[in-house]
Design a protein around this ligand. Structure first.
Ligand code: ATP
Ligand code: MG
Length: 561
């Protein structure tokens, strides 16, 4: 099966194309699955279980439950301690409660071995976020033998303690309810009144659990949903489409998309649900029709510090709305670039998955559906972005920060009319010569047809069509400089409203280079033993120009691609 589809040259048999109509948002189909669908779905599960080892063993699940049990005990002791500190009488302090809830992929039941667990600590009103959760609790956790790699991320949009407990990655969020005690029997956080008088961070933190539980309650068949979601998540990871921060989609958005298909086709098995996924979303009216699983609730009878979607700041070109109050758009980072790539992939895999159905001797098999994208053979030119640091601590901070800013680079590159970029949401460690800690990202560069640009008043198009040797110089200098300014800019801390400078210029750096594919680092070229297509008749050049402050100097200047 030729998978070189991202560049647009698809050689799938056109006659196999289906022509589905686009259903409306509330469409429910009566289409049924048959015996063959059951067999095909079992085959998909077998691939996920055996070939990709995506299901954890009984022993691993037991270990996770044990870890969660211990964490729950720690939280209870911590809340008791805070109560005593606040002069709450001993007998009352003993009963103030406090509880943990899981959410995210673990709670959805679609996590694999080694996946992280998203956990929410729900506390009564006498527990303070900064002083107690990020103070006392972090100290308690630091003294636990089983806890390693603990760090607090107080300034995030949703503040979190990150740590490993017995080697399992845990993201611990905090919500303070306006209650004196947390009832031991509190099983669900679905009741909206629980949000009353909560601060913004608590509502955002509660939202994770509330969204996960809503999704599970809104799908008609949880088993079919889980298998389809596992398959789609693996596919998205393999195709380089799984990343909230880069402007592709994150776990919750994929879950909502799959849940929507389950709602539309309640009688179909996972093999068919996966096909419908591509059929529907490749043709969805994304500009006008958001994806949502239920009617959006606007009022609860009390004031909420978080606006219900759509509010002014929530514009997005591919809206996927979370199902719990207050409804939010989970795809805020999606750009025109990442939307274009997502839609191209949806279109290709609509055809691919239909081919699996129609011909059992076809080269399109479910096994191949999960093949990794051959990203470095798609393009003749790449933008290489090295994130560099001299020490580990700065590197962690810098890497996360620059990664979160790459979506601005993507936006700035959208202004360059001669090219389209394809960001790859994976980083590589290439052992930089000058910096001990490094991480590298790649964007593929696709050249637009110059004929379509003829009317544009760009001086660098002047030489175009003059002679065979004329050169089209595409200068990315301004874009790169704009991006460098962006990552040098001080940022406002989310919660303390202080202005912080992330970059220390002596220890943190970025280097950006444009490279023809055959000049990619050896680690990349050797990785998959690439067969590169070098086109010597292509007279286009990319220029990334000097920005002395940050290291983006003339690594490529007037280089022929
Ligand atoms: P993964 O398997 O990648 O961990 P996940 O479903 O656990 O997938 P996370 O990215 O870990 O997803 O997020 C955990 C939870 O946090 C989600 O289930 C969701 O409730 C909330 N969340 C994360 N990102 C967003 C977002 N962009 N908008 C709204 N809620 C979000
Ligand atoms: Mg998660």
């Amino acid at each position: 099966m030729n998978m070189h589809l991202v560049t647009g040259t698809n050689n799938l048999n056109q006659s196999l194309k289906t022509t589905p109509t686009i259903p409306s948002a509330n469409f429910v189909s009566e289409e049924e699955s048959d015996e063959n669908d059951l067999i095909e779905s079992e085959e998909i599960e077998r691939i996920l279980r055996i070939d990709y080892n995506l299901y954890e063993s009984k022993e691993e699940s037991r270990k996770r439950e044990e870890v969660l049990g211990k964490l729950n005990d720690i939280i209870k002791k911590f809340i008791y301690k805070v109560a005593i500190k606040n002069n709450i009488p001993e007998d009352i302090a003993r009963n103030t409660g406090g509880k943990i809830f899981t959410f995210g992929s673990y709670r959805l039941g679609v996590h694999g071995p080694g996946a992280d667990i998203d956990v929410l600590c729900v506390a009564p009103r006498h527990v303070d976020r900064n002083e107690d959760f990020f103070g006392e609790l972090v100290n308690i956790l630091k003294n636990e033998r089983e806890v390693t790699e603990i760090c607090d991320v107080k300034d995030a949009y949703v503040p979190v303690i990150k740590m490993k407990y017995c080697g399992i990655q845990i993201d611990l969020l905090f919500a303070r309810l306006s209650l004196k005690t947390i009832d031991e029997n509190l099983e669900s956080l679905q009741d909206d009144t629980i949000l009353k008088n909560c601060d913004k961070e608590s509502i955002l933190s509660l939202n994770g659990c509330r969204v996960t539980d809503q999704i599970l309650s809104l799908v008609p068949n949880v088993g079919n949903f889980r298998l389809s979601l596992r398959a789609i998540k693996l596919w998205a990871k393999k195709r380089g489409l799984y990343s909230n921060v880069m402007g592709y989609l994150g776990g919750v958005s994929w879950a909502i998309l799959v849940a929507k298909i389950c709602q539309m086709f309640p009688n179909l098995k996972p093999n068919k649900l996966i096909r419908k996924f591509f059929e529907i979303y490749s043709q969805w009216d994304w500009n006008n029709q958001p994806i949502s699983l239920n009617e959006i609730k606007r009022e609860t009878g009390f004031s909420c510090p978080i606006p219900v979607w759509p509010d002014d700041s929530a514009k997005s070109c591919m809206s996927i709305i979370t199902p719990a109050f207050p409804a939010m758009n989970s795809t805020y980072n999606v750009s025109e670039t990442t939307k274009r790539i997502l839609l191209k992939e949806f279109e290709f895999f609509k055809q691919f998955t239909n081919m699996i159905k129609q011909n059992s001797s076809s080269l399109c098999l479910w096994k191949e559906f999960f093949n990794e994208i051959d990203f470095f053979s798609y393009y003749s030119c790449y933008l290489q972005i090295d994130v560099l640091s001299t020490n580990e601590e700065d590197f962690k901070k810098w890497q996360g920060f620059v990664e979160s800013r790459l979506r601005f680079l993507i936006k700035f590159l959208e202004e360059v009319v001669q090219i389209k970029v394809h960001p790859y949401p994976r980083d590589f460690s290439l052992n930089d010569n000058k910096f001990e800690f490094d991480s590298t990202y790649f964007f593929g560069i696709e050249f637009n047809d110059p004929k379509s640009l003829n009317d544009l008043p760009y001086s660098y198009l002047a030489n175009l069509n003059k002679s065979k040797d004329s050169i089209l110089l595409i200068n990315l200098r301004d874009v790169i400089i704009k991006f460098c300014h962006k990552i040098n800019e001080p940022i406002k801390s989310q919660n303390s409203h202080q202005v912080i400078n992330i970059r220390n210029p002596t220890t943190m750096n970025v280097r950006i280079q444009a490279k023809p594919n055959y000049k990619l680092p050896m680690e990349i070229l050797n990785r998959d033993k690439k067969k590169l297509i070098i086109n010597n008749n292509d007279h286009r050049e990319i220029e990334v120009n000097g920005y002395e402050d940050i290291e983006t100097n003339f690594y490529v200047k007037k280089r022929k691609i």
